[in-house]
Design a protein around this ligand. Structure first.
Ligand code: ARG
Length: 456
Protein backbone atom coordinates (compact mmCIF):
# COMPACT_ATOMS: atom_id res chain seq x y z
CA UNK A 1 0.00 0.00 0.00
CA UNK A 2 1.24 3.51 -0.81
CA UNK A 3 2.51 5.33 2.24
CA UNK A 4 1.03 8.67 3.29
CA UNK A 5 4.62 9.88 3.44
CA UNK A 6 5.72 7.99 0.30
CA UNK A 7 6.58 10.91 -2.01
CA UNK A 8 10.24 11.09 -1.13
CA UNK A 9 10.82 7.35 -1.26
CA UNK A 10 11.80 5.16 -4.18
CA UNK A 11 11.68 1.78 -2.47
CA UNK A 12 9.14 -0.07 -0.36
CA UNK A 13 9.77 -0.66 3.37
CA UNK A 14 11.32 -3.97 4.29
CA UNK A 15 8.53 -6.15 5.68
CA UNK A 16 10.38 -6.67 8.97
CA UNK A 17 10.80 -2.90 9.21
CA UNK A 18 7.10 -2.41 8.62
CA UNK A 19 6.20 -4.66 11.48
CA UNK A 20 8.97 -3.27 13.69
CA UNK A 21 8.02 0.36 13.52
CA UNK A 22 4.27 -0.08 13.41
CA UNK A 23 2.40 0.82 16.58
CA UNK A 24 -1.14 0.02 15.47
CA UNK A 25 -1.23 -3.17 17.54
CA UNK A 26 -1.25 -1.09 20.71
CA UNK A 27 -2.14 2.50 19.80
CA UNK A 28 -5.48 1.48 18.27
CA UNK A 29 -6.91 2.02 21.71
CA UNK A 30 -6.53 5.75 21.01
CA UNK A 31 -9.04 5.67 18.14
CA UNK A 32 -11.69 7.69 19.98
CA UNK A 33 -9.31 10.42 21.00
CA UNK A 34 -7.74 10.49 17.55
CA UNK A 35 -11.11 10.92 15.88
CA UNK A 36 -12.33 13.54 18.37
CA UNK A 37 -9.07 15.45 17.91
CA UNK A 38 -9.35 15.30 14.13
CA UNK A 39 -12.94 16.51 14.22
CA UNK A 40 -11.98 19.48 16.37
CA UNK A 41 -9.04 20.23 14.09
CA UNK A 42 -11.21 20.02 10.95
CA UNK A 43 -13.88 22.30 12.43
CA UNK A 44 -11.21 24.80 13.36
CA UNK A 45 -9.69 24.67 9.85
CA UNK A 46 -13.19 25.37 8.48
CA UNK A 47 -13.87 28.20 10.89
CA UNK A 48 -10.50 29.81 10.14
CA UNK A 49 -11.15 29.56 6.39
CA UNK A 50 -8.13 27.30 5.81
CA UNK A 51 -10.47 24.74 4.27
CA UNK A 52 -14.10 25.43 3.34
CA UNK A 53 -16.89 24.93 5.84
CA UNK A 54 -18.41 22.29 3.56
CA UNK A 55 -15.12 20.40 3.46
CA UNK A 56 -14.86 20.52 7.24
CA UNK A 57 -18.38 19.15 7.52
CA UNK A 58 -17.64 16.35 5.08
CA UNK A 59 -14.52 15.42 7.07
CA UNK A 60 -16.40 15.44 10.37
CA UNK A 61 -19.18 13.28 8.90
CA UNK A 62 -16.63 10.87 7.47
CA UNK A 63 -14.88 10.60 10.82
CA UNK A 64 -18.21 9.99 12.51
CA UNK A 65 -18.88 7.06 10.19
CA UNK A 66 -15.43 5.65 10.83
CA UNK A 67 -15.98 5.90 14.57
CA UNK A 68 -19.28 4.02 14.28
CA UNK A 69 -17.67 1.34 12.13
CA UNK A 70 -14.76 0.86 14.52
CA UNK A 71 -17.16 0.51 17.42
CA UNK A 72 -19.25 -1.97 15.44
CA UNK A 73 -16.08 -4.03 14.90
CA UNK A 74 -16.21 -3.51 11.14
CA UNK A 75 -12.71 -2.11 10.73
CA UNK A 76 -9.56 -4.10 10.40
CA UNK A 77 -6.56 -1.90 11.03
CA UNK A 78 -3.55 -2.20 8.76
CA UNK A 79 0.00 -2.70 9.95
CA UNK A 80 1.26 -1.07 6.77
CA UNK A 81 -0.55 2.13 7.72
CA UNK A 82 1.72 2.15 10.77
CA UNK A 83 -0.31 3.74 13.53
CA UNK A 84 -3.82 4.74 14.54
CA UNK A 85 -3.37 8.25 13.15
CA UNK A 86 -2.55 7.15 9.61
CA UNK A 87 -5.00 4.28 9.69
CA UNK A 88 -7.82 6.68 10.34
CA UNK A 89 -6.58 9.21 7.84
CA UNK A 90 -6.38 6.51 5.18
CA UNK A 91 -9.88 5.29 5.97
CA UNK A 92 -11.11 8.87 5.72
CA UNK A 93 -9.48 9.36 2.34
CA UNK A 94 -10.91 6.08 1.07
CA UNK A 95 -14.35 7.34 2.03
CA UNK A 96 -14.21 11.02 1.19
CA UNK A 97 -11.55 11.17 -1.51
CA UNK A 98 -9.78 14.49 -2.05
CA UNK A 99 -11.47 16.17 0.92
CA UNK A 100 -10.00 13.67 3.35
CA UNK A 101 -6.53 14.57 2.16
CA UNK A 102 -7.02 18.08 3.57
CA UNK A 103 -7.46 16.95 7.18
CA UNK A 104 -3.77 16.86 7.95
CA UNK A 105 -3.26 20.52 6.93
CA UNK A 106 -1.25 22.37 9.60
CA UNK A 107 -0.83 19.25 11.67
CA UNK A 108 1.84 16.61 12.27
CA UNK A 109 1.55 13.22 13.84
CA UNK A 110 3.89 14.63 16.45
CA UNK A 111 1.37 17.09 17.84
CA UNK A 112 -1.45 14.68 17.02
CA UNK A 113 -0.06 11.84 19.11
CA UNK A 114 0.73 14.21 21.97
CA UNK A 115 -2.89 15.36 21.86
CA UNK A 116 -4.31 11.82 21.76
CA UNK A 117 -2.23 10.59 24.67
CA UNK A 118 -3.14 13.62 26.76
CA UNK A 119 -6.85 13.15 26.05
CA UNK A 120 -6.60 9.46 26.87
CA UNK A 121 -4.73 10.06 30.09
CA UNK A 122 -7.12 12.76 31.30
CA UNK A 123 -9.99 10.27 31.11
CA UNK A 124 -8.00 7.54 32.79
CA UNK A 125 -6.79 9.79 35.60
CA UNK A 126 -10.41 10.61 36.35
CA UNK A 127 -11.27 6.91 36.43
CA UNK A 128 -8.37 6.03 38.69
CA UNK A 129 -9.36 8.89 41.00
CA UNK A 130 -12.91 7.56 41.18
CA UNK A 131 -11.66 4.08 42.02
CA UNK A 132 -9.53 5.50 44.82
CA UNK A 133 -12.48 7.49 46.20
CA UNK A 134 -14.60 4.36 46.14
CA UNK A 135 -11.89 2.48 48.04
CA UNK A 136 -11.70 5.33 50.55
CA UNK A 137 -15.46 5.12 51.12
CA UNK A 138 -15.03 1.45 51.92
CA UNK A 139 -12.13 2.20 54.26
CA UNK A 140 -14.16 4.81 56.15
CA UNK A 141 -17.15 2.46 56.42
CA UNK A 142 -15.02 -0.39 57.71
CA UNK A 143 -13.24 1.95 60.09
CA UNK A 144 -16.54 3.04 61.55
CA UNK A 145 -17.38 -0.61 62.27
CA UNK A 146 -14.05 -1.18 63.98
CA UNK A 147 -13.61 1.84 66.24
CA UNK A 148 -13.33 -0.55 69.20
CA UNK A 149 -11.47 -3.39 67.52
CA UNK A 150 -8.12 -3.33 69.29
CA UNK A 151 -5.06 -4.91 67.70
CA UNK A 152 -1.34 -4.49 68.22
CA UNK A 153 0.39 -1.78 66.27
CA UNK A 154 3.84 -2.92 65.14
CA UNK A 155 7.26 -1.49 64.59
CA UNK A 156 9.95 -3.78 63.16
CA UNK A 157 7.03 -6.24 62.94
CA UNK A 158 7.35 -6.56 66.73
CA UNK A 159 4.29 -5.80 68.80
CA UNK A 160 4.61 -2.16 69.89
CA UNK A 161 1.51 -0.40 71.19
CA UNK A 162 -2.18 -1.12 70.90
CA UNK A 163 -4.22 0.70 68.27
CA UNK A 164 -7.59 0.02 66.68
CA UNK A 165 -8.38 -1.46 63.33
CA UNK A 166 -10.24 1.78 62.58
CA UNK A 167 -7.05 3.76 63.15
CA UNK A 168 -5.07 1.34 61.02
CA UNK A 169 -7.56 1.55 58.16
CA UNK A 170 -7.63 5.34 58.35
CA UNK A 171 -3.84 5.38 58.00
CA UNK A 172 -4.34 3.94 54.52
CA UNK A 173 -7.11 6.44 53.93
CA UNK A 174 -4.54 9.20 54.37
CA UNK A 175 -2.11 7.57 51.95
CA UNK A 176 -4.82 7.34 49.33
CA UNK A 177 -5.74 10.99 49.92
CA UNK A 178 -2.20 11.96 48.99
CA UNK A 179 -2.45 9.70 45.94
CA UNK A 180 -5.56 11.60 44.91
CA UNK A 181 -3.74 14.89 45.35
CA UNK A 182 -0.91 13.70 43.16
CA UNK A 183 -3.30 12.53 40.46
CA UNK A 184 -5.06 15.90 40.59
CA UNK A 185 -1.72 17.64 40.03
CA UNK A 186 -0.89 15.30 37.21
CA UNK A 187 -4.29 15.97 35.66
CA UNK A 188 -3.66 19.72 35.63
CA UNK A 189 -0.39 19.30 33.78
CA UNK A 190 -1.91 16.80 31.36
CA UNK A 191 -4.77 19.19 30.62
CA UNK A 192 -2.78 21.15 28.03
CA UNK A 193 -3.66 21.13 24.33
CA UNK A 194 -0.61 20.68 22.05
CA UNK A 195 -2.19 20.82 18.56
CA UNK A 196 -0.78 23.67 16.50
CA UNK A 197 2.77 22.74 17.43
CA UNK A 198 3.09 20.90 14.12
CA UNK A 199 6.06 18.62 13.76
CA UNK A 200 8.15 20.87 16.02
CA UNK A 201 8.04 24.45 14.76
CA UNK A 202 4.35 25.32 14.72
CA UNK A 203 2.76 26.19 11.41
CA UNK A 204 2.44 29.00 8.89
CA UNK A 205 -1.36 28.73 8.99
CA UNK A 206 -3.30 31.07 11.24
CA UNK A 207 -4.83 28.45 13.52
CA UNK A 208 -7.30 29.12 16.27
CA UNK A 209 -5.72 26.86 18.86
CA UNK A 210 -7.97 28.11 21.59
CA UNK A 211 -11.02 26.96 19.65
CA UNK A 212 -9.57 23.45 19.36
CA UNK A 213 -8.88 23.41 23.10
CA UNK A 214 -12.44 24.53 23.85
CA UNK A 215 -13.98 21.85 21.67
CA UNK A 216 -11.93 19.15 23.35
CA UNK A 217 -12.35 20.43 26.89
CA UNK A 218 -8.73 21.42 27.55
CA UNK A 219 -8.01 24.06 30.18
CA UNK A 220 -4.96 25.50 28.42
CA UNK A 221 -2.93 25.41 25.22
CA UNK A 222 0.78 24.62 25.16
CA UNK A 223 3.26 27.51 25.22
CA UNK A 224 6.15 26.22 23.14
CA UNK A 225 5.92 24.07 20.03
CA UNK A 226 9.20 22.23 20.63
CA UNK A 227 8.26 21.41 24.20
CA UNK A 228 4.72 20.37 23.30
CA UNK A 229 5.80 17.61 20.91
CA UNK A 230 8.77 16.46 23.02
CA UNK A 231 7.14 16.47 26.46
CA UNK A 232 6.08 13.23 28.07
CA UNK A 233 6.52 14.48 31.64
CA UNK A 234 2.81 14.02 32.20
CA UNK A 235 3.11 10.31 31.41
CA UNK A 236 6.07 9.98 33.77
CA UNK A 237 4.11 11.80 36.46
CA UNK A 238 1.20 9.45 36.03
CA UNK A 239 3.45 6.38 36.20
CA UNK A 240 5.03 7.83 39.31
CA UNK A 241 1.67 8.51 40.96
CA UNK A 242 0.55 5.03 39.91
CA UNK A 243 3.72 3.55 41.41
CA UNK A 244 2.93 5.17 44.73
CA UNK A 245 -0.65 3.92 44.63
CA UNK A 246 0.68 0.43 43.95
CA UNK A 247 3.21 0.79 46.76
CA UNK A 248 0.41 1.67 49.16
CA UNK A 249 -1.75 -1.19 47.95
CA UNK A 250 1.20 -3.53 48.15
CA UNK A 251 1.98 -2.69 51.77
CA UNK A 252 -1.65 -3.22 52.65
CA UNK A 253 -1.62 -6.51 50.73
CA UNK A 254 1.45 -7.63 52.62
CA UNK A 255 -0.45 -7.04 55.87
CA UNK A 256 -3.47 -8.88 54.57
CA UNK A 257 -1.26 -11.82 53.62
CA UNK A 258 0.35 -11.85 57.06
CA UNK A 259 -2.92 -11.34 58.88
CA UNK A 260 -4.55 -14.27 57.12
CA UNK A 261 -1.81 -16.74 58.13
CA UNK A 262 -2.58 -19.29 60.86
CA UNK A 263 0.20 -17.63 62.85
CA UNK A 264 -1.53 -14.24 62.96
CA UNK A 265 -5.11 -15.34 62.27
CA UNK A 266 -6.42 -11.76 62.44
CA UNK A 267 -8.60 -12.09 59.36
CA UNK A 268 -10.07 -14.59 56.97
CA UNK A 269 -10.40 -13.75 53.31
CA UNK A 270 -13.64 -14.41 51.52
CA UNK A 271 -13.67 -17.52 49.32
CA UNK A 272 -14.38 -15.30 46.32
CA UNK A 273 -10.96 -13.66 46.66
CA UNK A 274 -8.79 -16.63 47.53
CA UNK A 275 -7.80 -19.85 45.84
CA UNK A 276 -6.95 -23.40 46.77
CA UNK A 277 -3.96 -25.57 46.04
CA UNK A 278 -3.96 -28.27 43.38
CA UNK A 279 -2.14 -30.59 45.78
CA UNK A 280 -2.76 -29.53 49.38
CA UNK A 281 -6.45 -29.77 50.21
CA UNK A 282 -6.29 -27.57 53.28
CA UNK A 283 -4.90 -24.48 51.53
CA UNK A 284 -6.62 -21.14 51.15
CA UNK A 285 -4.26 -18.75 49.48
CA UNK A 286 -4.45 -14.95 49.36
CA UNK A 287 -3.86 -14.74 45.61
CA UNK A 288 -5.42 -11.33 45.01
CA UNK A 289 -3.22 -9.70 47.62
CA UNK A 290 -0.14 -11.52 46.36
CA UNK A 291 -0.84 -10.57 42.76
CA UNK A 292 -1.29 -6.92 43.64
CA UNK A 293 2.00 -7.05 45.54
CA UNK A 294 3.59 -8.71 42.53
CA UNK A 295 2.13 -6.34 39.96
CA UNK A 296 3.56 -3.39 41.86
CA UNK A 297 6.88 -4.31 40.27
CA UNK A 298 5.37 -4.03 36.78
CA UNK A 299 4.22 -0.49 37.41
CA UNK A 300 7.61 0.50 38.85
CA UNK A 301 9.02 -1.01 35.66
CA UNK A 302 6.71 1.13 33.53
CA UNK A 303 7.93 4.25 35.34
CA UNK A 304 11.53 3.22 34.87
CA UNK A 305 10.94 2.45 31.19
CA UNK A 306 9.47 5.90 30.57
CA UNK A 307 12.22 7.75 32.40
CA UNK A 308 14.93 5.78 30.64
CA UNK A 309 13.30 6.16 27.24
CA UNK A 310 13.31 9.94 27.61
CA UNK A 311 16.62 10.62 29.25
CA UNK A 312 18.85 10.80 26.18
CA UNK A 313 16.47 12.32 23.67
CA UNK A 314 17.41 15.55 21.93
CA UNK A 315 14.49 17.87 21.14
CA UNK A 316 12.00 17.47 19.71
CA UNK A 317 10.13 14.31 18.67
CA UNK A 318 12.07 11.05 18.33
CA UNK A 319 10.61 7.70 17.41
CA UNK A 320 11.77 6.33 20.76
CA UNK A 321 8.77 8.16 22.12
CA UNK A 322 6.41 5.70 20.50
CA UNK A 323 7.53 3.41 23.33
CA UNK A 324 5.70 5.62 25.82
CA UNK A 325 2.36 4.03 25.06
CA UNK A 326 2.82 0.42 26.10
CA UNK A 327 4.36 1.49 29.39
CA UNK A 328 1.66 4.06 30.07
CA UNK A 329 -1.18 1.73 29.06
CA UNK A 330 0.23 -1.02 31.23
CA UNK A 331 0.49 1.30 34.23
CA UNK A 332 -3.10 2.49 33.70
CA UNK A 333 -4.51 -1.02 33.21
CA UNK A 334 -2.61 -2.50 36.12
CA UNK A 335 -3.43 0.16 38.67
CA UNK A 336 -7.11 0.12 37.68
CA UNK A 337 -7.42 -3.65 37.88
CA UNK A 338 -5.65 -3.75 41.22
CA UNK A 339 -7.89 -1.05 42.69
CA UNK A 340 -10.95 -2.83 41.34
CA UNK A 341 -10.02 -6.08 43.08
CA UNK A 342 -8.50 -4.74 46.23
CA UNK A 343 -11.67 -2.96 47.34
CA UNK A 344 -14.05 -5.94 47.35
CA UNK A 345 -11.33 -8.20 48.76
CA UNK A 346 -11.00 -5.82 51.70
CA UNK A 347 -14.74 -5.21 52.05
CA UNK A 348 -15.44 -8.95 52.41
CA UNK A 349 -12.69 -9.76 54.89
CA UNK A 350 -13.87 -11.49 58.07
CA UNK A 351 -12.21 -9.83 61.06
CA UNK A 352 -11.29 -12.08 63.99
CA UNK A 353 -11.57 -9.45 66.70
CA UNK A 354 -10.82 -11.86 69.54
CA UNK A 355 -7.48 -12.87 68.05
CA UNK A 356 -6.53 -9.27 67.45
CA UNK A 357 -7.38 -8.36 71.05
CA UNK A 358 -5.47 -11.37 72.38
CA UNK A 359 -2.40 -10.37 70.41
CA UNK A 360 -2.70 -6.82 71.72
CA UNK A 361 -2.84 -8.10 75.29
CA UNK A 362 0.32 -10.15 74.82
CA UNK A 363 3.71 -8.79 73.87
CA UNK A 364 3.79 -6.00 76.48
CA UNK A 365 2.15 -3.47 74.18
CA UNK A 366 1.22 -1.57 77.36
CA UNK A 367 4.81 -1.17 78.60
CA UNK A 368 4.96 2.45 77.39
CA UNK A 369 1.80 3.12 79.39
CA UNK A 370 3.48 1.72 82.48
CA UNK A 371 6.37 4.14 81.93
CA UNK A 372 3.93 7.02 81.26
CA UNK A 373 2.11 6.11 84.50
CA UNK A 374 5.34 6.66 86.43
CA UNK A 375 5.92 9.94 84.59
CA UNK A 376 2.48 11.13 85.75
CA UNK A 377 3.67 10.27 89.29
CA UNK A 378 6.68 12.55 88.85
CA UNK A 379 9.41 10.15 87.64
CA UNK A 380 11.55 11.52 84.78
CA UNK A 381 10.78 9.60 81.57
CA UNK A 382 14.23 8.00 81.14
CA UNK A 383 14.04 6.60 84.68
CA UNK A 384 10.45 5.48 84.18
CA UNK A 385 11.52 3.71 80.99
CA UNK A 386 14.25 1.89 82.92
CA UNK A 387 11.82 0.73 85.64
CA UNK A 388 9.25 -0.46 83.10
CA UNK A 389 12.01 -2.27 81.20
CA UNK A 390 13.08 -4.10 84.34
CA UNK A 391 9.47 -5.05 85.00
CA UNK A 392 9.19 -6.52 81.50
CA UNK A 393 12.34 -8.54 82.10
CA UNK A 394 10.84 -9.73 85.41
CA UNK A 395 7.61 -10.75 83.66
CA UNK A 396 9.54 -12.64 80.97
CA UNK A 397 11.33 -14.60 83.68
CA UNK A 398 8.08 -15.28 85.57
CA UNK A 399 6.10 -15.91 82.36
CA UNK A 400 3.55 -13.25 83.28
CA UNK A 401 1.92 -10.29 81.60
CA UNK A 402 2.09 -6.85 83.19
CA UNK A 403 -1.58 -7.25 84.15
CA UNK A 404 -0.69 -10.36 86.15
CA UNK A 405 1.96 -8.68 88.30
CA UNK A 406 0.66 -8.12 91.86
CA UNK A 407 0.73 -4.72 93.51
CA UNK A 408 3.25 -6.08 96.02
CA UNK A 409 5.55 -7.10 93.21
CA UNK A 410 5.09 -3.75 91.46
CA UNK A 411 6.04 -1.87 94.60
CA UNK A 412 9.37 -3.64 94.74
CA UNK A 413 10.21 -1.77 91.55
CA UNK A 414 8.71 1.57 92.60
CA UNK A 415 6.73 2.58 95.63
CA UNK A 416 4.97 5.18 93.53
CA UNK A 417 2.92 2.41 91.91
CA UNK A 418 -0.60 2.10 93.34
CA UNK A 419 -3.84 0.24 92.63
CA UNK A 420 -4.66 2.54 89.69
CA UNK A 421 -1.82 0.94 87.72
CA UNK A 422 -4.18 -1.78 86.49
CA UNK A 423 -6.48 0.76 84.92
CA UNK A 424 -3.50 2.56 83.34
CA UNK A 425 -2.19 -0.60 81.63
CA UNK A 426 -5.56 -1.97 80.57
CA UNK A 427 -5.29 -2.38 76.79
CA UNK A 428 -8.54 -0.61 75.98
CA UNK A 429 -7.57 2.21 78.30
CA UNK A 430 -4.17 2.46 76.59
CA UNK A 431 -5.95 3.16 73.29
CA UNK A 432 -8.50 5.49 74.84
CA UNK A 433 -5.83 7.52 76.63
CA UNK A 434 -4.22 8.45 73.31
CA UNK A 435 -6.51 11.35 72.59
CA UNK A 436 -3.88 13.48 70.91
CA UNK A 437 -4.93 14.83 67.50
CA UNK A 438 -4.10 12.07 65.01
CA UNK A 439 -4.17 9.40 67.71
CA UNK A 440 -6.15 6.14 68.03
CA UNK A 441 -8.71 7.05 70.75
CA UNK A 442 -12.24 6.27 69.66
CA UNK A 443 -13.52 9.84 69.56
CA UNK A 444 -10.42 11.08 67.77
CA UNK A 445 -10.69 8.43 65.06
CA UNK A 446 -14.43 9.08 64.76
CA UNK A 447 -13.60 12.74 64.10
CA UNK A 448 -11.00 11.72 61.54
CA UNK A 449 -13.63 9.62 59.78
CA UNK A 450 -16.10 12.51 59.89
CA UNK A 451 -13.54 14.89 58.43
CA UNK A 452 -12.72 12.37 55.72
CA UNK A 453 -16.40 11.88 54.90
CA UNK A 454 -16.98 15.64 54.76
CA UNK A 455 -14.40 15.82 52.02
CA UNK A 456 -16.53 14.21 49.34
N1 ARG B 1 3.17 6.33 16.19
C1 ARG B 1 3.92 7.48 16.54
C2 ARG B 1 4.06 7.55 18.07
O1 ARG B 1 3.38 6.85 18.70
C3 ARG B 1 3.23 8.71 16.07
C4 ARG B 1 4.12 9.87 15.80
C5 ARG B 1 5.00 9.56 14.66
N2 ARG B 1 5.73 10.67 14.19
C6 ARG B 1 6.73 10.52 13.40
N3 ARG B 1 7.32 11.58 13.01
N4 ARG B 1 7.14 9.35 12.98
O2 ARG B 1 4.86 8.25 18.62
Amino acid sequence: MAKLWGGRFEKESDHLMEDFHSSISFDQRLYKQDIAGSMAHARMLGKAGIISKAEAERIVAGLQEILADIEAGKIEFSVAAEDIHMNIEELLTQRTGEVGKKLHTARSRNDQVALDVRMYLKEEITEVMNLIKYLQDTLAELAEEHLDTVLPGYTHLQRAQPVTLAHHLMAYYQMFSRDLDRLGDCYRRTDVMPLGSGALAGTTFALDRQYVAEQLGFARISENSLDAVADRDFAVEFASAASLIMMHLSRFCEEIILWSTAEFAFIELDDAYSTGSSMMPQKKNPDVAELIRGKTGRVYGDLQALLTMLKGLPLAYNKDMQEDKEALFDAVDTVKKCLMLFRPMLATVKVKKENMARAARGGFTNATDLADYLVYKGVPFRQAHEIAGRLVLYCLAKKKTLEEVSLGEYREFSDLIAEDIYQAIDINHCVEARKVYGGPARAVVQEAINRARGKF
